[in-house]
Design a protein. Structure first.
Length: 344
């Protein structure tokens, strides 16, 4: 009896330490995100003192500084913040639900669906602005639905869904390449800028739809996190715990696809953020962690990448260039180590 009590006490202590560490990491990530966000508002060709930001943000500022912060820098920074949250949380849902580190919207075709649809709108119909974002959103949702239906036979397997997603993504990439080759030079250049993943020129019309979407999707993802833990134990165990496995998995996949779709619609395909956010958060928390650390890590990655692109590489450098330069080596490392371990 005492042995059982000691075991229970040990488990509680371990869980308590994990909880404290996860909350501590989340707090540090919040502070880091807030610091980079403030620097994004203050640093530029027109310098704004950090001490002036509270007055400007709460409506007491005026003049050129207020215009630069509120109309030029704040929408861009908020778009980057929200895109990072969406991609970080969406990537964590994909990877944990499918139990595969390669399962992110960049790899399994969701982002390519958004890109193909957006490029089609730009090249064939001359779309711009909100129409391109709407096309990207529809394309991502359609690609996600197609991949799910193709992988559904006999129950969705994470390995099968990733393979089908890679195949669908390759086919959509071919469509993009064909359209870019066939397109007029001006339209091809416009499409290429969008395909890189870009926060340049983002305004309040980009912030508003993304903020509304996240106000619905983020609470839905957090409320479904307990079901996610059950599904990670395997379908049989999850069914034994009373979960409706296929219905729950489809709901979580829908949330993950929607998060990636709205993020891509707002900023284009900012590659590898969804791919790296969850592994980084898991290493920081010392466990599989929760969705919140992954979301905060995604926000930090996007804001840091955009700050680097603006102030270290050039004022018009797309954020996707920086995230791609960081994420591609990580993907190669993951494939190499997984292959040596016999997991791929």
């Amino acid at each position: 009896m005492s042995t059982l009590a000691e075991a229970v006490g040990t488990i509680r202590a371990v869980r308590r330490r994990g909880f404290v560490r996860s909350r501590s990491v989340s707090l540090v990530l919040c502070l880091a995100v807030a610091a980079i966000f403030a620097l994004s508002l203050a640093v530029g060709d027109f310098e704004v003192p950090l001490g002036d930001l509270p007055a400007i943000l709460f409506g007491d500022g005026s003049g050129r500084a207020a215009h630069v912060v509120l109309e030029l820098r704040l929408p861009r920074a908020l778009t980057g913040l929200l895109v990072g949250i969406a991609l970080g949380m969406g990537g964590a849902l994909f990877q944990r639900l499918l139990r595969n580190p390669l399962a992110s919207p960049d790899v399994i075709g969701v982002t390519q669906g958004a890109s193909a649809s957006a490029v089609t709108g730009i090249v064939l119909f001359g779309a711009s602005g909100a129409l391109v974002s709407a096309a990207a959103l529809a394309g991502a949702l359609l690609a996600g639905l197609t991949i799910y239906l193709l992988a559904r036979r006999g129950g969705v397997s994470g390995y099968r869904l990733v393979l089908i997603g890679v195949g669908v993504g390759a086919a959509l990439s071919s469509v993009i390449s064909y359209l870019m080759t066939w397109a007029d030079t001006t339209l091809a250049q416009q499409a290429l800028v969008w395909l890189t993943g870009n926060l340049n020129g983002r305004g309040w019309d980009h912030v508003a739809p993304l903020a509304v979407a996240l106000a619905v999707l983020v609470p839905a993802a957090l409320l479904s996190s307990r079901a996610l833990i059950g599904l990670q134990l395997g379908d049989d165990t999850a069914a034994g715990l009373g979960l409706r496995v296929e219905r729950t998995r489809m709901l979580l996949l829908l949330i993950a696809v929607a998060l990636a779709a709205f993020a891509t619609a707002a900023a284009g395909p900012v590659v590898f953020v969804a791919f790296v956010a969850n592994p980084i958060a898991s290493r920081l928390t010392g466990a599989r962690g929760g969705l919140v650390p992954a979301a905060l890590t995604g926000a930090l990655v996007v804001l840091l990448a955009d700050f680097t692109a603006q102030h270290l590489l050039g004022p018009q450098m797309p954020v996707g260039v920086v995230t791609g330069a960081v994420g591609a080596p990580y993907l190669l490392w993951l494939l190499a180590t997984a292959n040596r371990a016999g997991r791929i």
